[in-house]
Design a protein around this ligand. Structure first.
Ligand code: ZN
Length: 289
């Protein structure tokens, strides 16, 4: 029984202090964290609030944040930190009546003033298979060299990924953190069809639960991450955790260090404590997939 802690959006714009503040107490007890890391992140404003959210087109390589690099390298060496790939620059596109454009603060301020209905599209929900393959290849090899590690898991920005995004991931031999989409939007394989059938049967008999098993599609694997945010339905969350503990399935908490303040932070620590005292073991996602 594995407990995985996944934290998204680690990038040049993060500081070692904010990571240490939240996870230091866990690291000191040998508890592991898997960080979804953006290699060349643009700056985000008001993350998590799509009414006010916007970005700047100023991608910065993680390597320019020397203190963070030293902190991460040390955590990787001690076996406490797993690095996963989280897109390339994490720049959204926004779809409005005039078509789609980069979700920059400039563009969004015009669109919001016009009262347009906006739809945000994650970095890996658009683009061609060749573009996405190259983004994964170069982003991954940059981070592997910088942090002296191997990266096998991909976390799509905003948990959105197209069919071509999946193909790009397979071409790079990676697995996916997250169980995305309800229809069969994956490579064709007997294994994949069996997994999909199992998913449907599971949802028929457990309507309030998420499919908890490792989903094997033949050429890549996926595991659901359970989002822990200020709007999480805690009763459902605890039911899912209890179910996974009872049946011996892995449980992947998916959160953001910048969102875990105050009471939610205490709740997060409590969840980790409950899972570990009831027999779950702290693992990285690459030990499970
Ligand atoms: Zn993200």
């Amino acid at each position: 029984m594995a407990l995985i802690i996944r934290d998204d959006d680690l990038s040049f714009w993060s500081t070692p202090e904010e990571i240490e503040d939240l996870y230091g107490p866990l690291f000191r007890r040998g508890i592991k964290v898997s960080f979804a890391t953006i290699p060349f992140a643009v700056r985000m404003h008001n993350a998590g609030d799509f009414e006010r959210f916007c970005q700047e087109e100023d991608p910065r390589p993680l390597g320019e944040n020397k203190e963070l690099v030293a902190y991460l390298r040390s955590g990787v060496r001690k076996g406490l930190i797993e690095i996963m790939l989280h897109g390339y620059d994490h720049l959204y596109r926004v779809e409005a009546s005039a078509g789609s454009m980069a979700a920059t603060c400039e563009n969004l301020s015009v669109l919001r003033n016009r009262g347009e209905h906006l739809r945000f599209i994650g970095e890996f929900a658009g683009g061609t298979v060749d573009e996405l393959t190259e983004k994964i290849r170069s982003g991954r090899s940059y981070l592997e060299g910088l942090l002296d590690t191997k990266i096998t898991n991909f976390v799509p920005p905003s948990n959105q990924i197209s069919y071509d995004g999946i193909r790009a991931l397979i071409r790079n031999g990676m697995n996916l953190s997250g169980l995305i989409g309800r229809k069969y939007d994956r490579e064709w394989s007997l294994r994949g069809l069996m997994t999909f059938t199992d998913r449907i049967l599971f949802s028929l008999s457990h309507s309030s639960l998420t499919y908890p098993k490792i989903a094997d599609y033949g050429r890549h694997r996926e595991l659901a991450g359970y989002a822990l945010t200020p709007t999480t339905d805690r009763q459902r969350y605890e039911e899912q955790l209890a179910f996974c503990m009872k049946k011996g399935y892995p449980f992947q908490i998916a959160t953001h260090y910048w969102e875990l303040g105050g009471e939610l932070r205490e709740y997060f620590y409590q969840l980790v404590e409950t899972a570990l005292t009831q027999g779950m073991r702290s693992k990285h996602l690459n030990e499970v997939l």
